[in-house]
Design a protein around this ligand. Structure first.
Ligand code: BES
Ligand code: ZN
Length: 661
């Protein structure tokens, strides 16, 4: 059946339930008084990320100066009318055509006596047919796609028969789906088999499944995934380490999760256990090195349970992706997705694992209700990451991780407008991918660190454990958290905490005066040495770098002034072999210095790095620095060369850096 056509603006009105009127005659329309219905009606904002157009944002949603708590500005779904409770997926991965095709069956709960259309989120999906009804009695129903918004995708409006509680959608994805990357064998470690992975956070699940793509909505899911026989599929669900490769894989995720945590990986994968509940999936070429690098994962899991409550997701495994993965890690439940760029050989970058594991409590168990509340996920997780690192590796490592986080925060505070320094950030009319920063991570974590300092560590740990239990498997807003704080810590410690101070952290820019400033002795030793070298009082070879950890190298390099002389660059490079560094974080810090100073001997490594790695944390600042330091032509040339291998997200955000569109 073909989608029914309707004019986009009218379609949006009808689809959203603002006007109750028939699809064929527009004469008898009456305006809905229900504000919950009005939530969906407005034209989506046509703003760019850098210049949000206030006027273009939804009328009802922009009427107030502040975004409304509990409103998800990044979904078309009419979640006040219907809630998806369970998803059944049956998808075939067609590597020749780079499409996923099959069916998604949604079990829906009705929240209204009325029978409005069901609105789902989609992006670039080819919807073939929709059936709906009760139980297994499903019949073809009318559906239509509304106007496409550049950030949000396209609403899918489905006419439901009265009482229907199930919808089956037959569809296929686009080869350019924003949340799927199809890799050629050449882009993998083994170079023989293709690879596929999805990345749904923040609003990309809709590019591979039609659903209510809002973190307020939690659903269980089951999936059947069909692949070429020689490949293995894994998901954010119950992966069985014993699974044999046969091309058909069944999954079950029995705990309700938000859509951004639905994830799929397919490749020439093998499994290696690291502990009783932990293991790694990777291409065979990376399997042993990964299992060795991340062998402390089981310990991390245990200390986190001891301090913050049970791990409620059964197994915790890692999936090691090819280097084009646009993030360091992604906390897909039961199976974190991990960049291979952290396999440094010395466990120096394993805070990433602690971070993704910590999300099993902060994020996956207690989830931000909208992307405005992202700090509830990332701030709590960053705080927990540091604590896990301390439990497993001790105080010195903890102090260094904390101090580096603080420096990252300072760098971001220098770099963005006041309104984007607010933890409960106004995201209206903006693409979450473009607003990404350290603020929700490091400011959120510093806020929690201040609370810890004020009430005492033991008390604060108890508070966190209770918080996770209290909100387990719920999606909450910033205001829900503040209310909980009012009823717990603020009540218990009225002499130590004030709501005024807390509001300042959450709703005002910058760092409140008197906030803690984490420091590390291992770093304070480095400042005078760096200065002496900069002043020409000592040679680079006089610096005693024996035993320096990656953290100290990073601190040493990131603390260099903007400009260095050619002689200084050459001396650093020849003494410490920085251009050849195997540690990707050290290489990145050095390449940033090289680009800022047009240090040509690093250019070959720069190109290799940018073409070989798609992790945005590295790629975006490097392109930006190139554009600002007279390397525009090089940036364009390398970007065009690397582009076919980049993830769609990496292409999107860096095209903006390079071409400004
Ligand atoms: N959930 C995030 C990644 C993310 C955030 C994707 C927002 C899309 C939108 C993940 O847990 C994360 O924070 N990754 C960091 C880890 C780092 C802070 C240790 C990364 O990828 O660099
Ligand atoms: Zn995170």
């Amino acid at each position: 059946m073909l989608p029914q056509l309707f004019t986009p603006s009218l379609g949006r009105l009808i689809g959203a339930g603002l006007l109750a009127c028939s699809l064929t005659t527009l004469t008898a329309c009456s305006k809905s008084e229900d504000p919950a219905q009005q939530k969906q009606i407005e034209e989506p904002p046509a703003a760019t990320a850098d210049q949000p157009q206030k006027d273009a944002a939804p009328a009802e949603k922009t009427a107030d100066a502040e975004p409304k708590s509990g409103v998800d500005y990044h979904s078309f779904a009419n979640t006040d009318d219907y809630r998806v409770k369970h998803l059944d997926l049956d998808l075939t991965a067609d590597f020749d055509n780079k499409v996923l095709k099959g069916e998604a069956i949604l079990d829906i709960q009705r929240l209204t006596q009325k029978n409005p259309s069901l609105i789902l989120d989609t992006r670039d999906l080819d919807i073939k047919a929709v059936r709906a009804g009760v139980g297994n009695n499903l019949k073809d129903v009318k559906f239509s796609l509304g106007k496409t918004d550049p950030h949000l995708g396209t609403p899918l409006k489905i006419e439901l028969p009265k009482g229907a509680n199930r919808v089956a959608i037959q569809y296929q994805t686009s080869p350019d789906a924003s949340g799927v990357q199809w890799l050629e064998p050449q882009q993998t470690a083994g170079k023989k088999h293709p690879f596929l992975f999805t990345q749904a956070q923040a609003i990309h699940a809709r590019s591979f499944i039609p659903l209510q793509d809002s973190p307020q909505v939690r659903m269980t899911y089951k999936a059947t995934i069909r692949t070429p026989k020689e490949l293995l599929a894994v998901m954010s669900a119950n992966n069985d380490p014993e699974t044999e490769k046969d091309g058909v894989y069944e999954f079950d995720m029995p705990q309700p999760i938000p859509s951004y945590l639905i994830a799929l990986g397919i490749g020439n994968l093998e499994f290696k256990p690291m502990g009783e509940r932990t293991g790694v999936y990777a291409e065979p070429e990376l399997l042993d090195a990964s299992a060795k690098e991340f062998e402390d994962t089981e310990d991390m899991l245990e200390v986190t349970e001891e301090n913050y409550g049970p791990y409620r997701w059964d197994r915790y495994d890692l999936l090691i992706l090819p280097p084009s993965f646009p993030f360091g890690g992604m906390e897909n439940p039961r199976l974190s997705f991990i960049t291979p760029t952290v396999i440094a050989g010395d466990k120096s970058l394993v805070a990433l694992i602690a971070h993704e594991l910590a999300h099993s409590w902060s994020g996956n168990l207690v989830t931000n209700a909208s992307w405005r509340d992202l700090w509830l996920n990332e701030g709590f997780t960053t705080y927990l990451t540091n604590r896990i690192m301390q439990f497993v590796y001790g105080d010195e490592r903890y102090n260094m991780e904390m101090a580096l986080g603080y420096d990252d925060l300072q760098a971001d505070l220098n770099d963005r407008p006041d309104k984007d320094e607010i933890m409960a950030i106004d995201m209206r009319g903006r693409d979450p991918d473009e607003v990404f920063s350290n603020i929700p991570y490091e400011k959120g974590s510093l806020f929690l660190y201040e609370l810890e300092q004020k009430v005492g560590r033991e008390n604060f740990d108890k508070f966190l454990m209770d918080y996770f239990n209290n909100f387990a498997f719920q999606s909450i807003t910033t205001e829900d958290f503040l209310k909980y704080l009012d009823e717990t810590l603020l009540k218990q410690y009225p002499d130590k905490l004030s709501r005024e101070r807390i509001n300042q952290w959450v709703f005002e820019p910058g760092i409140p005066e008197g906030a803690p400033h984490p420091q590390s002795d291992a770093f304070s030793k480095i400042d005078p040495v760096r200065q002496q070298w900069l002043d020409g009082k000592i040679k680079a070879s006089d610096i005693d770098t024996k035993g320096w950890t990656f953290h100290q190298w990073k601190y040493f390099l990131d603390g260099m002034p903007e400009k260095l002389s050619d002689e200084q660059l050459k001396e650093l490079d020849s003494t410490f072999k920085l251009t050849q560094s195997k540690n990707n974080e050290v290489a990145f810090s050095w390449l940033m210095i090289a680009v800022r100073n047009n240090y040509a001997p690093a250019n070959a490594r720069l190109e290799e790095f940018l073409v070989g790695i798609g992790r945005n944390k590295f790629v975006r600042p490097l392109y930006r620095a190139m554009m600002e330091n007279g390397m525009e032509d090089e940036a364009k040339r390398i970007f065009e060369k690397a582009k076919p291998g980049y993830h769609p997200l990496t292409v999107k955000v860096n095209s903006k850096v390079i071409y400004g569109d």
